[in-house]
Design a protein around this ligand. Structure first.
Ligand SMILES: *Cc1c(COP(=O)(O)O)cnc(C)c1O
Length: 432
């Protein structure tokens, strides 16, 4: 059986097969390689592996067959060149950013991103001398170029952001990034590769929290960084990225650009610099759990989308609901972007809505029976949260406003239950 990694099979097929050829026992399920280290055949082989003359396993902080299969499979589904798994989405995002920016550099980010990522970029990276500037995802042409300068190493955004669900006009961003030779990173966690393929629209790197829809059952944390094909061409000899073009003292003076004929240097450096020296590696057990989720992701994400659309349609008609934010609704301001960028106009399972007051929002959240109050998304079970007091409570009032969050906003992550039951539950909670 071939590993199906580089060919033209569909995403659905690749999600089940890519990256795995039977091991010696011919197990059909991907085996869990539950080990820390690997035995070398000879000392010479060990030396060659350490010197990167021969690629292969050394230690599970850097590589492990189980999470390698996950990384390869995700890259195949995404249509990318290479994928690296990490211990969480947050670790994956940190590694992707740190792979490009260092002390004195800056990152340009969208005003509508996951609260944790915003805190990482604005506060944590600042402590390491990496600065940030924000652009307005709803006014790319009016704001993005104003914040780009010679220190800019990354343009970071989300394809579908929440809680005021919005969709990025991806091609407007990548067109500007290409003009300046800057790497774009797109967090595609909520859309998943089955609804949106960032590389088709010029994005360079896709990052994921696998803890959400890919796992699908809220049972394991994980993250991934996937690079597009030919990303090497943007990095090699680009003066913006000295880390890939000058000797790395921590790796025998290696210049990553010299590997570019044979290897995806962004992902290789992500392993040799960040997994090696920071170590937030995915456990083989969690990689296996996430592989189970990936097998059914295509079916689930479509069902999440259909259920969410039915719920959104119901909420839109309810007198106690002020606003419903769901791009699948024809009257939503992002509907045309959804049609342009998303497969079959499926908009994933997140929606938010506003009621009349904070008190009313609290009452509705507490009265729901099926929806659990959980600070998570992408579970098979339906979840509800009040962003202003929880997931986004670290944000200032101005940042909250910019992200489209008010004290009256309720976010739902629509699960795989019957949509009739979800609607009945929302109705009783609103009318209580
Ligand atoms: C959850 C989430 C993250 C962080 O991922 P973890 O796996 O929880 O570390 C990043 N981006 C988005 C869009 C998310 O929803």
């Amino acid at each position: 059986m071939a590993n199906l990694l580089h060919n033209n099979y569909t995403q659905e097929t690749l999600a089940l097969h890519a990256g795995y050829t039977y091991d010696t026992q011919r197990t059909l399920s991907v085996p869990i390689y539950q080990n820390t280290a690997y035995s070398f055949e000879t000392l010479e082989q060990a030396a060659a592996r350490f010197g990167l003359q021969e690629l292969g396993n050394i230690y599970s902080r850097l590589t492990n067959p189980t999470y390698k299969i996950l990384g390869d499979r995700l890259a195949a589904v995404e249509g990318g060149a290479f994928g690296v798994a990490a211990a969480s989405g947050t670790a994956a995002i940190f590694y992707a950013l740190a792979n490009l920016a260092q002390n004195g550099d800056s990152i340009v980010y969208s005003n509508k991103i996951y609260g944790g990522t915003q805190t990482l970029i604005v506060h944590t990276l600042k402590r390491f001398g990496i600065h940030s500037k924000v652009f307005d995802i709803d006014d790319i042409e009016g704001t993005l170029e104003n914040v780009i300068d010679e220190t800019t190493k990354v343009i970071f955004f989300e394809s579908l952001s929440n809680p005021q669900i919005s969709i990025a006009d991806v091609e407007k961003i990548t067109k500007i990034a290409q003009k300046y030779g800057i790497v774009t990173i797109c967090d595609n966690t909520v859309a998943t590769a089955f609804l949106h393929k960032p590389f088709d629209f010029g994005v360079d790197v896709a990052v994921y929290s696998l803890s959400k829809y890919v796992n699908g059952q809220g049972s394991a944390l994980g993250g991934a960084v996937i690079e597009r094909k030919e990303l090497n061409d943007l990095l090699v000899n680009n003066p913006r990225y000295p880390a890939f073009n000058t000797p790395d003292e921590s790796y025998h003076g290696l210049v990553y650009a010299t590997l570019a004929n044979a290897l995806p240097i962004f992902g290789i450096r992500l392993i040799t610099e960040w997994l090696r020296n920071i170590g937030a590696t995915l456990s083989p057990q969690n990689a296996w759990i996430i592989l189970q989720g990936l097998e059914t992701l295509e079916l689930r994400i479509k069902k999440h989308s259909q259920n969410a659309l039915e719920v959104a349609r119901f909420l839109q008609t309810h007198p106690k609901v002020k606003n419903v934010f769901y791009p699948g609704l024809e009257n939503n301001p992002y509907h045309s972007l959804l049609r342009k960028y998303f497969t079959d106009s499926n908009a994933s399972g997140l929606l938010s809505f506003e009621v009349s007051s904070f008190e009313e929002a609290k009452k509705v959240c507490n009265a729901l029976e099926i929806f659990a109050i959980v600070a998570n998304i992408g579970d098979s079970k339906s979840l509800v949260i009040h962003p202003a007091s929880t997931t986004h409570s670290q944000l200032s009032e101005a940042e909250l406003k910019s992200a489209g969050i008010t004290p009256c906003t309720i976010r739902l992550s629509i699960g795989l239950e019957s949509p009739q039951d979800l609607i009945a539950d929302l109705k009783q909670a609103l009318e209580k």
